[in-house]
Write a protein that binds this ligand. Structure first.
Ligand code: HEM
Length: 228
């Protein structure tokens, strides 16, 4: 196991951990957006989807998996940032903002914006403590669950400040993916010039798709297109 310890302690090992956990989180973000877009199908469909998720016996396995990926992603990124700062403790006298350094700064600060959003989002739509009118799922008396995810979402995002926070976070997420998906392709061996242009286009496409899909939900609620 020393080889594994050595690999995980090396910069390339940390980059692989960051890429694999990023890939898993990317998969979650796509699946979550597709699930959330069901808000356009109406309250019954959306609440039934929420009840299916909340009543699933694998929910806690998925939550622990998700939390592990977030910790692995942030932990590996954090160690790499510390190492790169240590390698150049004085900093550049004059910054010439090349596209590479711009992307690196976007990833670091954008990552922190996303972390703040995830904490807020969980308190808002899962725990409910950051939501004035949150209702938890309850037993439907028939062995199933009755959930109020549609009402919680629509009431929550009817508040312009909350909707604004969601929209800003989705822009940060789009930028993060537009660089991150390309970067993970390179780390996982698709750095070859033949695939590089394709990986860049795919990253931009998915970044824009996730931002547009998630923002459409907030905008539809804010404008009253989706309502109670
Ligand atoms: C506009 C964008 C988004 C909307 C409308 C939205 C909506 C929701 C809703 C309604 C729930 C509660 C589901 C339920 O009651 O079963 C939820 C939970 C959650 N969301 Fe989001 N979400 C958005 C973006 C995101 C993003 C970008 C992330 C992560 C990067 C995320 C991570 C989560 C997590 C981890 C949960 C908790 C799932 C659980 O353990 O039950 N969401 N979201």
């Amino acid at each position: 196991m020393t080889w594994l310890k050595q690999f995980l302690g090396s910069n390339i090992g940390l980059k692989v951990v960051m890429a694999l956990s990023g890939l898993g989180l990317f998969g979650f973000v796509i699946a979550h957006m597709l699930g959330n877009l069901q808000v356009f199908l109406g309250a019954d469909k959306f609440n039934a989807y929420a009840a299916m998720m909340q009543g699933n016996s694998l929910l806690w396995v998925a939550r622990i998996g998700l939390l592990s990926m977030v910790l692995a992603h942030m932990g590996s990124a954090g160690v790499l940032v510390l190492r790169s700062n240590k390698a150049r403790p004085v900093g550049y006298k004059k910054h010439t903002f090349l596209s590479g350094s711009y992307a690196v700064r976007t990833m670091r600060y954008g990552g922190l914006v996303l972390l703040a959003f995830i904490v807020y989002h969980l308190l808002h739509l899962t725990v409910g403590s950051a939501h004035g009118e949150f209702r938890h799922c309850m037993s439907d008396g028939d062995g199933g669950l009755q959930c109020f995810a549609f009402e919680n979402l629509v009431k929550g995002l009817s508040n312009p400040a909350a909707a604004g926070a969601y929209i800003v976070a989705q822009l940060a997420l789009g930028l993060h993916l537009a660089h991150g998906v390309w970067s993970l392709c390179r780390t996982l061996g698709l750095g070859n010039p033949r695939y590089d242009a394709l990986a860049r286009k795919a990253a931009l496409f998915f970044g824009a798709l996730i931002t547009a899909g998630n923002c459409s939900i907030a905008i539809a609620i804010l404008t009253g297109l989706v309502h109670l």
